[in-house]
Write a protein of this length. Structure first.
Length: 158
């Protein structure tokens, strides 16, 4: 029988595989173009940063790994427009490594306990991590649709 932790780890591995695939699919100048207040690189960054944020046990403990996080979306977007695929590859690798180090610390009982994010309505770490997966999937869907709209190959579903 698979434990809650093992199932969660399997799902997070799929999330990271798809995020990495999102990097390889975009071509040319579309990476940094901002059309209709929307930028491929920003949405990818947002999806990864949310994983990083919610892997901590509270918002007060979170220390951003990217060096990009600012107080405004405009500042983040301006900074991200100067980044290339290598930045995103490194950032995803850091967040992925950190994610699995954190998940490895928990047992199933720990996952069913509350943490500092309960003030945001999460009933347990498992509830919070389920949200993280859903959140990433929404943005991966947006990225995949953008790729198809640009007549590029969409992200491979895992």
């Amino acid at each position: 029988m698979t434990s809650i932790k093992e199932s969660l780890i399997l799902e997070m591995k799929a999330v990271f595989k798809m995020l990495k695939d999102a990097i390889t699919r975009i071509e040319g100048e579309f990476w940094n173009e901002k059309e209709h207040n929307w930028m491929y690189g920003y949405v990818l960054f947002h999806a990864v940063e949310a994983i990083e944020f919610y892997m901590s046990d509270s918002s007060k403990e979170w220390i951003p790994l990217s060096g990009v996080s600012e107080n405004s979306e405009e500042e983040e977007t301006k900074t991200l427009k100067t980044q290339d695929k290598r930045f995103f590859e490194k950032y995803i690798a850091k967040v992925e490594s950190n994610t699995f180090k954190i998940l490895d610390k928990f047992n199933d009982k720990d996952l069913l306990e509350k943490d500092g994010f309960s003030e945001r309505g999460f009933t347990s770490r498992l509830h919070k991590f389920s949200y993280v997966i859903r959140h990433a999937m929404v943005h991966l869907g947006e990225l995949s649709k953008t790729l198809r709209d640009l007549e590029m190959k969409g992200i491979k579903w895992e």
